[in-house]
Design a protein around this ligand. Sequence first.
Ligand code: IPE
Ligand code: IPE
Ligand code: MG
Length: 241
Amino acid sequence: MNSDLPRIPSHVAIIMDGNGRWARKRMLNRVKGHERGTETVRTIVRASREVGIPFLTLYAFSTENWSRPRAEVMTLMSLLKRFLNNERAEMMENDIRLNAIGDIGRLPEDVRSTLSKTLEMTADNKGLHLTLSLSYGSRSEIVHMVRQIAEKAASGMLDPQEITEKTVSDHLYTRHMPDPDLLIRTSGEMRISNFLLWQIAYSELFITETLWPDFNRDEYLDILSAYGRRDRRFGKVAETS
Ligand code: IPE
Ligand code: IPE
Ligand code: MG
């Protein structure tokens, strides 16, 4: 636990953006940016665990990212596979439980099997819940949720009048986790890019200009500490006013 932090978020979600720009600035291939980005993932996972954050969700690959050039998509898939193979031991050592959300069925077979192996191996770990959003799109998640609820209603398992916000949350991929308290996006874009649209209704947002490969532990801790100073009102009046 880090005693310098006044309030630890239960769930941090991160849009890891800027790998390509990091590479371009150095006249390197985008692949190099993605490789360096993987290093940052390692750093941020470690820091989250040390600080005692219970849930960390990383946006690693969106449904829209399938439209990138085939070579880039293949590189991202092979980096993902390498990451899973390389990090398995550390996840076990540090009691990290891996979770994946998104249209996992769309991932190549070898990535899926490496992922399943890591998910199974870490399933009983009780420390940090690390979720990778893979082939994830919030709108597609919402469509999936609506279908499930509609099927239950059509079969008489569920009375439409009894559908609540909790019913909706319980049919999303994120049903086992609290909503993010904090959403960080690197590389300065002021957009959500189809990430956790329902779940971030009341998340605190932090957008940093830093490109993901340059994002580091110190900046992360600064953001966590700034989060602790935010006044989360949830539509109410501040207690001090
Ligand atoms: C984030 O970096 C990685 C993924 C979206 C997979 P980008 O590849 O989007 O980098 P930029 O935005 O082009 O700099
Ligand atoms: C968002 O980044 C998706 C991930 C970080 C995986 P993008 O680079 O794909 O998003 P846009 O294109 O800037 O909206
Ligand atoms: Mg980008």
